[in-house]
Design a protein around this ligand. Structure first.
Ligand SMILES: Cc1cc2nc3c(=O)[nH]c(=O)nc-3n(C[C@H](O)[C@H](O)[C@H](O)COP(=O)(O)OP(=O)(O)OC[C@H]3O[C@@H](n4cnc5c(N)ncnc54)[C@H](O)[C@@H]3O)c2cc1C
Length: 437
């Protein structure tokens, strides 16, 4: 295939990535040794990158190294907390990736030697690569809240990585008495899924309303505002008696923001008491979501900056610290894109196209990217925010495309909101097929 045709093909691949559609790809590998790509982490970013490299060029040998046998999506995990769906409905395996010819290894990556181009695992294996893609998601800043660490999190779950912690939190909510209080501590920016804590509040309020209507929710927030701010506040007011004029008042939901003393300094696990500037808050169920940083392996591989995230070239997602290593998803600094699953999926497709081109000695195509985040406030009340992004060659960075995307209108239209909820479910079905099937 000529360079011209190959470039055109890659461009088409990116267009498909933005449209979120799938297309069939032909091999355009040319002679020579088989190129090897090792992907660290088989979550949304890693699994997408692996699958799309194989679809774009089946001659590339792609290995995904993933710590867990099953992947639980964080998206829709808030519905597991409210009992609207089961944990099994958000569980996915790796047979789909294997069908695309991806080698799937279940092991923990312990090191990446950027000079020798070798990935090492806890199981004692070494994997050499031409290019490595690192997508380990997030880790937590365990020193941010005194008294809250990984051990305490087993019983006071963050549930910000879906799976066993989601099940624990759901069990605690089910066991809570009517009239009990649920205390939630959202993180400081930047963090995985900016609307996530506030959707969680709505889902848990919905559960309480049906089963424990005398209960209350106290949010101790280190921020002054958050994603889809107006839409969430109006939704909480419409369904759960939240009072925007008096956010710490008598409604089921009390939101104590940074100005009202919501910033938390410590947690006493014995008495389930959270200490914030505004005072001490005892919860029957407590959910602390600590501040975040890049996944642990990104630190040991030397891919992080002083803020704890991975700087990348937004056109290729190649690390600006280590050549031949790319970082996609939550660990990467891809602002203005948010840390979301859809963003990780879109970035991974851009990265896959760049890696395929670079393995063949070509320049990476100029990409665009997309993100939509749905949140379900209550049955029949979905909201969303969407944006298209582009790569600005002259500025060398990812930018928002002016006039693209949008937000659900603030005026409540029951038909539209019910449709948004259905769009959220079809988005979930589409993205999970796109990543894992
Ligand atoms: C409650 C909640 C709701 C959300 N809702 C939405 C939503 O509606 N829409 C949306 O777009 N996003 C949503 N998100 C965000 C989304 O889940 C993340 O942004 C997305 O998962 C990021 O993808 P990733 O590939 O960077 O990380 P992950 O999907 O977390 O994948 C990382 C993978 O790497 C593996 N791993 C890590 N370290 C190693 C290692 N050393 N060796 C081997 N494997 C390793 C992990 O086991 C994991 O499987 C939500 C998040 C939460 C918490």
């Amino acid at each position: 295939m000529s360079n011209f045709t190959r470039r055109k093909f890659l461009k088409a691949g990116i267009a498909a990535a933005v449209a979120g559609t799938s297309m069939s790809y032909g091999s355009f590998a040319i002679g020579g040794a088989k190129k090897k790509v090792v992907v660290v982490g088989g979550g949304i970013g890693g699994a997408t990158a692996a699958k799309y490299i194989r679809m774009m060029d089946p001659s590339v040998d792609v290995t995904v190294i993933e710590a867990n046998k099953d992947y639980y999506t964080c998206f829709m995990s808030n519905e597991v907390l409210s009992g609207e769906r089961t944990l099994d409905s958000i569980k996915f395996g790796y047979t789909g990736l294997a069908k695309h010819g991806v080698n799937v290894v279940h092991d923990m990556v312990t090191g990446i030697d950027a000079d020798k181009r070798v990935v090492k695992t806890a199981g004692g294996d070494s994997f050499s690569y031409d290019r490595c893609i690192v997508a380990p998601g997030i880790d937590f800043k365990w020193d941010a809240i005194e008294g809250y660490d990984a051990k305490i999190a087993e019983n006071t779950p963050h549930a910000w990585k879906a799976g066993s912690q989601t099940a624990t939190l759901r069990k605690q909510l089910e066991g809570m008495k009517d009239g009990g209080s649920f205390v939630m501590v959202p993180p400081t920016n930047p963090f995985r899924c900016p609307p996530g804590p506030y959707e969680r509040v709505a889902q848990i309020a919905h559960y309480f309303q049906q089963h424990k209507p005398k209960s209350s929710i106290i949010i101790l927030d280190p921020k002054k505002k958050f994603s889809k701010f107006g839409l969430f506040k109006a939704g909480w007011q419409r369904h759960f008696g939240y009072d925007p004029e008096n956010p710490t008042g008598d409604g089921m939901i009390k939101w104590i923001n940074s100005e009202a003393g919501g910033t938390v300094s410590s947690y006493d696990a014995g008495s389930k008491t959270v200490t914030a500037k505004a005072g001490k808050f005892k919860g029957d169920v407590v959910n602390i979501i600590p501040p975040q940083k890049a996944g642990k392996i990104a630190f040991s591989a030397g891919l992080t900056n002083d803020k704890g995230w991975c700087p990348i070239n937004g056109k290729t997602f190649e690390s600006t610290i280590h050549k031949n290593i790319h970082v996609v998803g939550d660990s990467s600094i891809s602002s203005p894109m948010p840390k979301s699953g859809y963003a990780a999926n879109s970035q991974a497709k851009v990265c896959a196209a760049a890696v395929v081109a670079m393995l063949q000695g070509d320049g990476a195509p100029t990409p665009s990217y997309v993100n939509t985040c749905y949140s379900i406030i209550a049955p029949g009340d979905g909201i969303s925010v969407a944006k298209v992004y582009a790569y600005d060659e002259s500025a060398g960075k990812i930018i928002k495309v002016k006039g693209s995307g949008g937000l659900t209108p603030s005026e409540f239209d029951p038909e539209l909101r019910a449709r948004e909820q259905q769009y959220a479910y079809s988005w979930f079905n589409n993205i999970t097929s796109d990543v894992f099937k």
